[in-house]
Design a protein around this ligand. Structure first.
Ligand SMILES: *[C@@H]1O[C@H](CO)[C@@H](O)[C@H](O)[C@H]1NC(C)=O
Ligand SMILES: *[C@@H]1O[C@H](CO)[C@@H](O)[C@H](O)[C@H]1NC(C)=O
Ligand SMILES: *[C@@H]1O[C@H](CO)[C@@H](O)[C@H](O)[C@H]1NC(C)=O
Ligand SMILES: *[C@@H]1O[C@H](CO)[C@@H](O)[C@H](O)[C@H]1NC(C)=O
Ligand SMILES: *[C@@H]1O[C@H](CO)[C@@H](O)[C@H](O)[C@H]1NC(C)=O
Ligand SMILES: *[C@@H]1O[C@H](CO)[C@@H](O)[C@H](O)[C@H]1NC(C)=O
Ligand SMILES: *[C@@H]1O[C@H](CO)[C@@H](O)[C@H](O)[C@H]1NC(C)=O
Ligand SMILES: *[C@@H]1O[C@H](CO)[C@@H](O)[C@H](O)[C@H]1NC(C)=O
Length: 761
């Protein structure tokens, strides 16, 4: 509905359509043009239409970003000055204490650089050199000059454009911030020095009306916050010390309410983009191993309900994806009634409270996420309703509270999305501890991507196989590899001056799964070099090597199989557990409880059910990696069921095989890939051995096999080499070696490492 043309073209066009000129009640285009820029109208010249100014990069519309056509035919606000595009500025950095910023200027424009120097005796933290960016923010981090005064917390600094009250940093001391006139304070306006030496909240920053959050900022900051909302911090008592780890909350006790503004102050395209973003958010939440109850509504002056949370309580099966794919947001009108939305959520909460008993309600958590342009023009302010929601969740009016800190049971996030955002209003509606619950974005265009990029940087227990989405990973080759394939281990064995290379997969923080044939029996741990792509040093000391007890390469020499690879699996125990992070994390393996969660199977699913789920098709697409020019992903299709016999028959063409029966060499324990049907597969190369053969689901990856051997030795150096009609590869099917994995990894008796929970059957 909106359109964008240069203003004089638009004027000509409208002139043709309305040759009568001004019509009472509608606005005109007299004196609306902006010097140096263009504008677009959301609803032509009708009442309620929004005039959105647009300026070239590094410029912003002044004095107003937008204007609205009022019923009397006037554009409001009426500019006091002639609209023009002004150069973007950054907030004043000369608020620094105990140091100086050069060059000293009255105002700093986009592209201007500053250097910070601390007075003698003061040490600097933060960025020495900063540049004013096109969004009105400074690059880098706030510079802080401080002296060690023995205070409990470090000097929290003063961000550009802000002022601070409070100059002592002992336990319980408070600092307060304000932004200078016209700037909006994002982040915490008050911070308290805690016993652990950290300040509460997050560093504030001062935003101009034209300053928006970047995609990266939202995914990092909102990511951290939402993970806090989805998980609980619990203490574990190790023998050594008490650690805190994050445990996903019990989904049945977690209620998530999502509201999306579709009022017509928002463009058509936005609704599609918003729906996509909501789907991505839900998919992301489920990757954190929680399956909450959802209420999802689209709203304008009324509410259009997509998902009813009470269905979850009444045992109705809800297919969120299907509902959102097919949902029509229906009539949209000019109104935005945010109060109605909060009322609706409040009502849902009272229903839930009526369904479950009081003690269960007390256990529950509520997370509200609202996307809106923030112009609520009807229904009044939602503040009172938000207070009532707080009272309901905090149990303030009853005696049920106990000494619980109820604050953790409610989070309200607001996303202001649009050119003109009423930040103060939206920020006031947020609720929750932590740093930030309000975000400001110019449009929905990359919100889906933003949510996709949220990843568990904290250590949430039990999230095997979690990795970055494939679409949005930037950076150097090495960085990409780490984020896409955080389980990969590179293995090399040096013996008598020769070197063999293999791949492996981290399957617990302390164990790497690989192929047995990478080793000869007298390999000492010291000869085995294992590298995992986390922080330096990447090389990990090896404690012990376990080969499958039934692996015997010469077992069938007499039967015409020179090299027999049945049970070709081995486990390498590392001396120390790998630090789990976004760069290094175990892949999921079959027949474990964690894999049920990762696959969103019911918690009591059996090993057989996992097998049926993972290897259910006659042609099952799988992947494995090759190391050449970084890591590259190979695509293959396992031939199962009726297709298997033909696939393995090609084993008879391999060197060293003289038996007439393929199944003598290729036992039932192998998955067979390769050939041209139904599509041309990649083939395994020499260095690919031992690597994981895997399947990827939404954000999670499960290993089903180990690369073992093939009929052709066509590629020594690795790389993406394609199959011909005869080449076939054979991979150990992990479901057939679970007993071996279990015998080592499920061993509770040892104190060496954390054991893995395997399914009973
Ligand atoms: C305003 O313009 C619309 C067409 O865009 C027209 O239908 C309507 O009658 C006009 N309103 C008045 C009060 O003239
Ligand atoms: C700061 O930026 C403005 C606008 O680009 C420019 O005119 C000015 O020279 C810059 N100042 C410095 C010190 O670079
Ligand atoms: C989650 O909570 C529900 C309701 O209290 C309970 O029935 C269920 O057993 C819990 N699940 C887990 C895994 O704790
Ligand atoms: C409340 O419900 C839970 C499970 O639904 C049950 O375990 C508990 O005993 C109930 N409590 C009361 C006071 O009825
Ligand atoms: C209501 O409960 C919350 C959370 O426990 C608490 O922070 C707040 O002070 C209480 N408000 C009143 C008025 O008691
Ligand atoms: C919707 O998303 C697409 C793709 O990200 C983008 O090109 C488009 O500009 C977005 N539209 C709006 C109105 O945000
Ligand atoms: C990745 O890089 C491309 C090209 O440099 C850029 O257009 C894109 O915005 C980047 N994506 C992210 C998520 O940084
Ligand atoms: C491997 O199998 C061969 C042939 O059956 C047997 O002679 C040999 O002892 C086996 N080796 C091991 C280590 O079990």
């Amino acid at each position: 509905m909106g359109f964008s043309v240069h203003w004089h073209l638009l004027a000509a066009l409208i002139g043709l359509l309305y040759s009568g000129g001004e019509v009472l009640g509608n606005c005109t285009e007299k004196n609306v043009q902006i010097q140096g820029g263009t504008y677009k109208l959301t609803k032509l010249l009708q009442t309620g239409s929004m005039l959105v100014y647009e300026c070239p990069k590094n410029y912003y519309p002044y004095p107003d970003l937008t204007r609205t056509c009022h019923a009397n035919g006037m554009w409001k606000p009426k500019p006091l000055k002639r609209p023009r595009c002004k150069m973007v500025e950054c907030p004043d950095p000369n608020v620094l204490l105990y140091g100086s910023v050069s060059p000293p200027q009255q105002r700093y424009f986009v592209g201007n650089e500053t250097m910070t120097e601390c007075y003698s005796g003061y040490k600097m933290r933060g960025s020495l050199r900063r540049v004013c960016l096109p969004n009105g923010k400074w690059s880098g981090r706030t510079p802080i000059c401080s002296r060690d005064t023995g205070d409990h917390c470090a000097d929290p600094g003063i961000p550009a454009g802000a002022s601070r009250t409070g100059n002592s940093f002992g336990i319980g001391d408070t600092v307060r911030y304000q932004c200078s006139r016209k700037l909006f304070l994002m982040g915490s306006d008050e911070r308290v020095c805690q016993e652990n030496g950290q300040w509460t909240g997050i560093e504030p920053s001062c935003y101009f009306s034209y300053t928006y959050d970047t995609a990266l900022e939202v995914s990092q900051v909102f990511g951290r916050e939402i993970i806090n909302s989805l998980t609980n911090l619990e203490s574990v008592d190790d023998t050594m010390e008490t650690r805190k780890i994050r445990i996903p909350k019990n989904g049945t006790l977690l209620n998530i309410y999502i509201a999306v503004d579709v009022s017509d102050s928002i463009e058509e395209d936005y609704v599609k983009n918003a729906t996509r973003a909501v789907k991505e958010l839900i998919s992301k939440i489920s990757s954190f191993a929680v399956t909450p109850n959802y209420e999802i509504v689209f709203f304008s002056s009324n509410i259009n309900q997509a998902v009813n949370i009470l269905d979850f309580y009444n045992g109705v099966k809800v297919n969120l994806r299907e509902i959102l794919d097919n949902f029509d947001t229906g009539d949209r009108d000019g109104g935005t009634d945010l109060n109605l939305v909060f009322h609706h959520f409040l009502e849902r909460m009272s229903f839930i409270k009526a369904i479950v008993n009081a003690s269960e309600f007390k256990e529950q958590y509520h997370v509200i996420i609202v996307f809106t342009d923030g112009i609520y023009n009807m229904g009044g302010s939602p503040l009172q309703t938000v207070e009532r929601i707080k009272n309901m969740v905090y149990l303030n009016h009853t005696n049920e509270m106990g000494d619980d800190n109820r604050v953790e049971h409610l989070d309200i996030y607001t996303f202001g999305i649009g050119v003109e955002i009423f930040s103060e209003d939206l920020k006031r509606l947020t609720v929750g501890t932590g740093g930030r619950h309000f975000f400001k974005l110019k449009d929905y265009s990359n919100l889906q991507e933003v949510f996709d990029q949220i990843i568990d940087e904290a250590q949430v227990k039990g999230l095997c196989g979690l990795h970055f989405g494939y679409d949005h990973v930037n950076g150097t080759l090495n960085e990409r590899n780490r984020r896409l394939y955080p389980w990969v281990a590179s293995i090399s064995i040096t013996l008598d001056g020769t070197r063999r290379n293999c791949l492996g997969a981290l399957i617990t923080p302390q164990f790497v799964l690989t192929a047995a044939h990478c080793f000869v029996f007298d390999d000492l741990p010291a000869n085995i070099n294992v590298e995992i792509n986390d922080q330096e040093p990447m090389r990990k000391a090896v404690k012990r090597l376990y080969l499958h007890p039934k692996y015997n390469i010469s077992a069938k020499v007499k039967e015409g199989v020179k090299e027999f690879y049945d049970y070709d699996v081995a486990l390498i125990q590392l001396e120390d557990p790998v630090h789990i992070s976004i760069l290094a994390r175990p892949i999921c393996i079959p027949c474990t409880l964690e894999t049920n969660t990762a696959l969103k199977l019911p918690a009591d699913s059996t090993c057989l059910q996992q097998r049926q789920f993972l290897l259910k098709n006659q042609i099952e697409p799988l992947n494995f990696l090759t190391k050449s020019n970084g890591l590259q992903k190979k695509t293959v299709r396992a031939k199962l069921g009726d297709n298997r016999v033909a696939c393995i028959s090609h084993a008879l063409q391999a060197d060293g095989i003289t038996t007439k029966k393929a199944e003598v060499a290729v036992t039932d324990h192998f998955l067979c890939t390769g050939g041209l049907e139904p599509e041309r597969d990649h083939i395994a190369c020499t260095g690919d051995s031992g690597g994981a053969v895997f399947k990827t689901f939404e954000h999670r990856t499960v290993q089903v096999g180990v690369v073992s051997w093939g009929t052709k030795k066509q590629c020594k150096g690795g790389g993406l080499v394609e199959s011909n009609a005869d080449s076939r590869d054979f991979h150990i099917n992990l479901f057939d070696v679970v007993d071996f994995l279990k015998s080592i990894l499920a061993n509770d008796a040892q104190e060496d490492f954390e054991s893995l929970v395997f399914l009973e059957n």
